[in-house]
Every structure is written in structure tokens, then in C-alpha cells.
Design a protein around this ligand. Structure first.
Ligand code: NAP
Ligand code: FE
Length: 375
């Protein structure tokens, strides 16, 4: 059997990771742009830790803190132009998936300031600037994936791009930065990780390596979610487990990409502002049920590994999703169904899916999450 195994990101997850790995911040140059959201990088302490190491190492820096949730192409383009104008030699992203994905796009724009903003989808000339990522949520695994998911300004739709040079050079993780993350976002991001695991596991592109990471991702995340459900007091050890689950899921989707849940979840975030993890996980039990029809053996292996049956798994996932679809309209339902049918992600599912089956999955979510007016 052939085996190709590329893991280009140097991933270091440990306590006080920034302080302990100071030399990394001078490895790529003496000038950098720090990319963050509006609040969390400061709130969780990671930004101050980075600044103190940069000052000590005499690295010049500027901060771009305009990244919104589901970051737009235009925001990233603006960040890229700022990086180029200051002569940044590398980019540091601090935050959840939104700032980390934005940092990847900014690294591309920063190295290609004369190209227009569509170059992230159409191709760029110069290699992206080196990227250091520091994750503050546990779910997207963006630290170890080459993907950057941006919201297109004209269409309002989320679309990803990736290349070898959008893998981070280094990712630093310390679960202490998640202490300030609310219960709501902790659960949502952990569900995102479980979706990555499941969509990679039941994926036409899956292989022995992605399966290994996918199974470990799902097991670690669901066992921890069961422990923390309904509790605001989440221990450091539990945060570490969730962070590692997120990284395993990231490695798994780096090899396979995602499938049905992500494709059907995107419009819920774009138009109803439902957090990404909840938006994808409301379809997860139906996706597993659909996939089980095409690979009974893999399904058995999954639930043996989780030490629970499929019904229990579905009950737990449905219960954890904090979603309300009462504001959804008939126009959205019809438009989204057209978008899902034939979407490239659907081609990654283990078997071909019909329009009726997609409608059934969406309507199942409507029934469960206050969307009965659309049935
Ligand atoms: P996020 O959108 O980065 O952040 C969600 C919220 O949590 C924001 O309000 C953020 O505040 C806050 N937050 C983040 N870390 C915090 C902390 N430690 N303490 C307190 N608040 C904190 O959430 P995410 O779920 O991690 O990322 C979702 C994005 O990632 C989506 O755009 C999704 O499409 C993308 N994604 C990418 C990949 C990939 O492979 N690249 C995979 C899956 C999903 P601030 O705004 O102030 O930062
Ligand atoms: Fe995701």
C-alpha cells in the first residue's frame, strides 16, 4: 500500500507555549503583523504574552484587530495591504478559526499586494508570508489545516481556499487561553471538531491515517463534552483534551476535506449568525445515519470506539446543539436546498445523495430546532 504523509506544521501544544518557544518569533524575520479579532486575543492573555516576547526579542510589530466572525475577503485584503505597507516578514494569527483563517489570507495578500483580492481563489504569484498561529478555541483545527474559510463580499457566501503555503509554519497552543471562552462557544467549537472527525471518517478520500486521527478526535471530544455538559466549570485537563481533539480533527480534514454537515451548515452562519459548530452539528446524526448505509463495518468500528450506540450518540449531539431556526424563511429554505444539491462537498459523501434525502435532512433539523413553520 502506498503512503503519502505530509504534516508540514510544527505543532507545539504545552503550558506557557509562547514563553517557552521564544526563539520561534525571530525565526522568520524582525517585523510582523499580529492578526486578531476585536476582543478575545487580549482577554485570554495570548496577545500580551506575544507582545512581551516580541518586545524582548526586538521584533517590530503592528496589530490588525479587525477580524470579524466568518471573516470577509475585504477585511483580509485590508489586513494584507497593511502587512505589505509595514514590510511585515511574517504573520501571527491569534484567536479562534476566524482570525486564524484571516491570518492565512493576510499572509497571501501581504506577499502579493499588487494582485487583486480574488487571487486567493484564482492563484497568487509570490509564496505567502510565513505564518505562526495561536489558537484560542478548540474546534476548527485551523492551526494544522491549510484551509482558510472566508465570506465572499458580493455573494455573502462562505468559500474556502488552500495551498501548501497556507499551512502555518508553526502553531502554538496552550489550553489556558481557552479559560475565557464561554460554555456556549466551548460546546459549539467542540461540536465542530466532532463534525470534522465524522465528515473525514465517512469520506470518499479517507485513508488509514485520516481514520486514526478522526476516530481519536471524535472520542476525545465527545467523552469530554459528556463530562462538561451543563457545567460552567471546565478543568484545564478537559480543555487540553478538547484542544487535542480539535488538532486531530484538523489533521484528519487536511487529508480529506469536509462533507455534508459543513456544506449545509454554512448558510446558517452566513444568514442567521448561528455559530459554525452548532450550524454543522445539527446535521451530524443524520449524516452518520446516511453514511452508515454505505459502510456498515466502519460504522460499527466508530461506535465500538465511542463505546456507545448510534442512538445515544444522536441524542447527545442533538441535546448539545443550542440552535433556534424560528427566524428562517421559506425563501431561505428553497434557496439553500438548491445550493446544497450538487455542492462539491456532497461529492465527498460515501454514497450519492438525492435532493429528497437532502430535503429530509434539512426538515429533520427544522422539526427539532423550532423551524416547524417551514414544514
Ligand atoms: P471564532 O469565529 O474565531 O470566534 C467566535 C467567538 O469566540 C468570537 O466572539 C471570539 O472573539 C470569541 N473567542 C475566541 N476565543 C476566545 C477566548 N479564548 N475567550 C473568549 N472569547 C473567545 O470561532 P471558531 O468557531 O473558532 O471559528 C469559526 C470559523 O472557523 C468559521 O469562519 C469557520 O468557517 C472556520 N473554520 C475553519 C476551518 C479550517 O480548517 N480553517 C475549519 C472549521 C471552521 P473575538 O472576535 O474577539 O476573537
Ligand atoms: Fe468546521
Amino acid at each position: 500500500m502506498n503512503l503519502k504523509f505530509l504534516m508540514p506544521v510544527e505543532m507545539i501544544s504545552e503550558e506557557n507555549c509562547i514563553e517557552k518557544n521564544k526563539e520561534i518569533f525571530t525565526r522568520y524575520g524582525k517585523k510582523c503583523l499580529i492578526v486578531t479579532g476585536s476582543r478575545s486575543a487580549k482577554l485570554c492573555g495570548a496577545l500580551d504574552d506575544v507582545i512581551s516576547v516580541l518586545q524582548e526579542s526586538e521584533v517590530e510589530y503592528a496589530i490588525f484587530d479587525k477580524v470579524e466572525q466568518n471573516p470577509s475577503v475585504t477585511t483580509c485584503y485590508q489586513g494584507g495591504l497593511e502587512a505589505a505597507a509595514m514590510g511585515a516578514e511574517y504573520i501571527i494569527g491569534i484567536g479562534g478559526g476566524s482570525p486564524l483563517d484571516a491570518a492565512k489570507a493576510i499572509a497571501v495578500y501581504g506577499a502579493n499586494p499588487t494582485q487583486d483580492k480574488h487571487c486567493v481563489y484564482e492563484g497568487w504569484n509570490n509564496q505567502a508570508l510565513p505564518i505562526i498561529l495561536i489558537g484560542t478555541t478548540a474546534g476548527t483545527g485551523s492551526e494544522v489545516t491549510p484551509y482558510s474559510v472566508l465570506t465572499h463580499d458580493e455573494t455573502g457566501m462562505k468559500k474556502s481556499f488552500c495551498a501548501k503555503d497556507t499551512f502555518a509554519s508553526v502553531a502554538l497552543g496552550d489550553a489556558k487561553y481557552q479559560r475565557s471562552l464561554s460554555y456556549h462557544f466551548t460546546v459549539s467549537t467542540a461540536l465542530d471538531a466532532i463534525c470534522h472527525g465524522a465528515e473525514s471518517y465517512f469520506n470518499l478520500k479517507s485513508d488509514a491515517i485520516s481514520d486514526m486521527f478522526a476516530l481519536e478526535c471524535i472520542r476525545e471530544a465527545i467523552e469530554t463534552l459528556i463530562q462538561i455538559e451543563g457545567k460552567n466549570d471546565i478543568s484545564h485537563a478537559q480543555r487540553v483534551r478538547l484542544y487535542h481533539a480539535s488538532l486531530y480533527g484538523g489533521v484528519a480534514i487536511s487529508r480529506t476535506g469536509t462533507a455534508l454537515c459543513h456544506c449545509m451548515g454554512y448558510p446558517l452562519s452566513e444568514e442567521l449568525q448561528i455559530p459554525h459548530g452548532f450550524a454543522t452539528a445539527i446535521y451530524l446524526p443524520a449524516f452518520v445515519q446516511f453514511s452508515s448505509m454505505f459502510d456498515a463495518q466502519k460504522t460499527t468500528r466508530l461506535f465500538q470506539c465511542l463505546n456507545m450506540n448510534q442512538e445515544t450518540f444522536a441524542t447527545i449531539i442533538y441535546r448539545l446543539c443550542d440552535v433556534d431556526l424560528s427566524a428562517m424563511t421559506l425563501e431561505q429554505k428553497e434557496r439553500w436546498l438548491k445550493r446544497f444539491d450538487g455542492h462539491p462537498n456532497m461529492a465527498k459523501n460515501l454514497g450519492s445523495i438525492t435532493g429528497e434525502e437532502i430535503t429530509e435532512i434539512l426538515e429533520g433539523a427544522l422539526k427539532r430546532y423550532h423551524g416547524e413553520h417551514l414544514l
